[in-house]
Unconditional design. Structure first.
Length: 428
């Protein structure tokens, strides 16, 4: 059985503070004379004040341990905070409290308050003014510290380093001074500040390089490339120009690292720009465009023995904003992307308000779909009404209505087009 405990006389040294506040809701205008939003009390709201430190020890005159409990308040018909006796405001034992709010129509972030003896009914701690601007971020003590620092800055700050606490005029070693005669400082007329001291040219024989080897010293003193190869036990057959060419059509610059790399992997080519119509190679050769021209990085020679027959195996145009390609009064946002042979078409807020025909766009070269097979998809309106779309070269919206605003992606379809030599629209 739960009984309500009888009140006892509190310790004389226990201190209190008074908290007040008003919380109202601004709701849509109802059937009154005006048209402005109607202010109504936040009836049904509970405000819980939970002590940060629950245990308070009162030492005198009679020692007592006070265990502070969370206090739950309500809001009256005028929006004012009321206590358990339905009296306006609430008295709390002084200290820090976390304030939390609960209401089915409103969300107010929790925050901290510092209740002090100076908070009385005539000068209460008001929850509205105690709440940090824009929502709670700092505790009251953090706000007090920040406010103190801002006050110093707004007053001009400290401009003389000698005025800093604990530092005298000559106790700041990062400052250079002239004329004080202090050995800790370089004087402005010190000759070492203006003497360039140009280094004297000199040489050292290789024998003086203490951590060198005999082979290393011989390389340093070799008179030419042939002597250096002899030091390493190599002959002229080791030069790139003397190595056999794996493919008759291959090109290898002589005596370069690039040539050596191509000889190690004779089916790999590197360059900038598309190899189509430029690089001659046998079928099975791969080419890397180090500039990623139009998004294409990796090419494979698929057909022929000349400089044509190259196809992109790894490329991505990135998402392109192509609303400029919209036709026949269609307006909105349109996007295209090609990754390898896959093409993605996307629309956002595509408006049929001024449309004069179902053809909304003609796909540009490099993005048309494969083999004469019409690709179909669905777009949806804001009211979740579906519209059928068919596309091969033209993108045709079937059965659209003048009020349609359409959204959606027309899947992923394959193209057999060559990689685009220029990219449509702009990067999205």
């Amino acid at each position: 059985m739960t009984e309500t405990p009888t009140n006892v006389t509190p310790p004389p040294d226990l201190t209190y503070g008074y908290v007040d506040g008003r919380i109202i809701l601004a709701i849509g205008d109802r059937s009154d004379a005006g048209r402005m939003p109607d202010p109504v009390p936040a009836d049904g709201m509970t405000v819980t004040l939970t002590p940060a430190n629950t245990i308070l020890k009162v030492a005198s005159p009679t020692p007592a341990t006070v265990i502070k409990q969370p206090i739950v308040c309500a809001v009256d018909a005028n929006g004012y905070l009321i206590d358990g006796q339905a009296a306006r405001g609430v008295w709390l034992v002084t200290g820090t409290y976390k304030v939390t709010y609960s209401h089915w129509r409103a969300i107010i972030p929790s925050h901290d308050i510092e209740v002090m003896t100076g908070h009385i009914e005539a000068a209460p701690l008001d929850l509205t003014t105690a709440m940090p601007p824009g929502g709670p971020v700092l505790t009251p003590s953090e706000y007090a510290e920040l406010n103190g620092r801002l006050t110093i800055l707004e007053a001009g700050g400290v401009t003389d380093h000698g005025a800093l606490t604990g530092l005298g005029e000559d106790d700041h070693p990062i400052y250079l001074t002239t004329g004080r005669g202090d050995a800790r400082y370089v004087q402005g007329n010190d000759l070492r500040l203006s003497d360039a001291r140009t280094p004297t040219a000199h040489t050292h024989p290789v024998a003086q390089v203490s951590d060198s080897t005999a082979t290393g010293r011989a390389l340093v003193t070799a008179t030419d490339a042939a002597a250096a190869r002899g030091t390493l036990g190599l002959d002229t057959a080791a030069t790139v120009g003397a190595l056999p060419i794996p493919d008759p059509g291959s090109f290898y610059p002589t005596d370069t690292i690039a040539a050596a790399l191509q000889l190690i992997g004779s089916r790999e080519r590197y360059g900038t720009g598309s190899p189509e119509g430029v690089v001659t190679a046998p079928v099975g050769t791969y080419y890397t465009d180090t500039a990623l021209t139009n998004g294409a990085m990796r090419w494979a020679k698929k057909t022929g023995s000349g400089n044509t027959g190259w196809k992109v195996t790894e490329g991505d145009t990135g998402l392109r904003y192509v609303s400029s390609l919209l036709l026949n009064g269609w307006a909105g946002s349109a996007y295209l992307r090609r990754v390898g042979s896959a093409v993605e078409l996307r629309f956002d807020s595509l408006s049929a308000a001024a449309a004069t025909a179902g053809t909304a766009m003609t796909l540009p070269s490099g993005f048309t779909l494969t083999g004469g097979v019409t690709h179909r998809g669905l777009l949806y309106t804001s009211a979740v009404t579906l519209r059928r779309v068919s596309t091969l070269t033209d993108v045709i919206i079937v059965g659209y209505a003048a009020g349609d605003t359409l959204h959606g992606t027309i899947g992923i379809a394959l193209t057999s087009d060559a990689w685009p030599s220029t990219l449509p629209g702009t990067a999205a």
